[in-house]
Design a protein around this ligand. Structure first.
Ligand SMILES: [Zn+2]
Length: 384
């Protein structure tokens, strides 16, 4: 032993931990006790003389493991969880002192945080019957031993699904100014917030439709995120039922989701099929011929209507199909299949020539857009 343990004022945990890498199947407390036993026998003294009043490394933290564990269980009892992780913070003074001692021994020790986390973890496991999980716990419990404070990081509840927006005039996400009283997000989140008793919500969509456009057909994939949920095993069928009662938004294909799915959802660039109704003074054949000329690569300068919030630049997009599906008086309904990010209204009226080609210019007539619906999101097809 490089240290004179009679002079060291350490508890068994802190003493044993200095030799934490020596010997297997031993706890640090056992190691510390064993070192003292050997010392007491070698020097023929009473082992009790080798115990200090107070440990000068941990300051008695390891005597209070049971208290910490009970405090943790009290803090987390309002949250439903299956897995947990314990983390901890210690004062600079403790960490510095530990480093000094470990350097003398020769770096065969374990860190105070590791032992503390493991000891608390064992106790919390016993008290709650839940499992520790280092990678993706439902609750991360951070114990700050400097102030005896506990912080909880609750894994958000993520629900994947597809939504249809059956009415116009509703934005996808909560509108900051309050101009729109409700959103697809709020309609979907309402029952989930009640059932999970979470604190906040966010909706991640695979793209978004215009406020005045409906989202029909096979629906748009989304992930609803509920922050700090108190309940996580909620009935998704019941969520679906309650949202669908709104008459404005319909959801289906619900399941629980993982965090990395949000990125995939945001990065997806699926082709989309639209229906758009326009007013134009032109015949059916004229319209059919003009539509054929829109198929292929098109150039779109950032539309006038979104110029104030998006960079003004020219985008190349592809139109795969454009056909007339209905014509009544001056109104024509057109179906368009286009690349992700194509501005469909501008493809019709031209936006003062900012979209090239466009239907208005091909017809040599004024085109007025009446309504627009997204009718299919082709997110399951594989494109090269
Ligand atoms: Zn100690």
């Amino acid at each position: 032993m490089k240290l004179d343990i009679a002079k060291l004022k350490l508890c068994d945990h802190c003493l044993g931990r200095l030799y934490g890498l020596r010997g297997h199947g031993l706890g640090n407390e056992e190691r510390g006790r064993a070192i003292r036993i050997v010392y007491a026998m070698e020097n023929n003294i009473d082992i009790e003389e080798l115990y200090p009043e107070k440990c000068e490394l941990c300051g008695g933290i390891f005597e209070r493991l049971d208290d910490y564990a009970r405090y943790v269980v009290e803090k987390i009892k309002e949250y439903e969880f299956n897995t947990f992780l314990i983390g901890s913070k210690f004062s600079e003074e403790i960490l510095k002192k530990e480093k000094e001692l470990q350097e003398i021994v020769g770096e065969e020790g374990e860190s105070i945080g590791r032992e503390f986390n493991r000891e608390i973890g064992k106790r919390v496991m016993e008290l709650t019957g839940k499992e520790p999980d280092l990678k993706d716990p439902d609750i991360a419990i951070i114990i700050d031993t400097r102030y005896d404070d506990i912080k909880l990081e609750i894994k958000p509840l993520l629900i994947y699904g597809r939504y249809r927006k059956l009415v116009r005039g509703i934005p996808q996400t909560k509108w900051p100014s309050g101009k729109y009283k409700e959103s697809v997000e709020e309609i979907i989140a309402k029952p989930v917030m009640e059932m999970s008793r979470g604190e906040e919500h966010a909706l991640h969509g695979m793209g978004r439709e215009d406020i005045d456009a409906r989202m029909l057909g096979n629906g748009r994939p989304f992930i609803l995120e509920i922050k700090r949920p108190r309940r996580r095993n909620i009935d998704l069928k019941e969520v679906e039922r309650r949202v669908n009662l709104s008459g404005k938004v319909e959801i289906f294909d619900l399941r629980f989701a993982y965090k990395d799915e949000i990125v995939k959802l945001k990065e997806a660039e699926p082709r989309k099929r639209y229906r758009i109704a326009i007013n134009v003074d032109a015949g059916e054949d004229e319209i059919r011929d003009a539509l054929k000329e829109l198929i292929g690569k098109i150039k779109q300068r950032t539309p006038t209507r979104v110029k104030h919030r998006r960079a003004d630049k020219i985008r190349i997009r592809e139109v795969y199909d454009a056909k007339l599906v209905e014509k009544k008086n001056d109104m024509a309904v057109i179906e368009i299949l286009a690349e992700s990010g194509t501005y469909i209204k501008e493809l019709m009226h031209g936006d003062d020539g900012r979209t090239q080609p466009n239907l208005a210019e091909k017809l040599g007539k004024k085109v007025e857009v009446k309504w627009l619906d997204v009718i299919e999101i082709l997110d399951s097809e594989k494109l090269n």
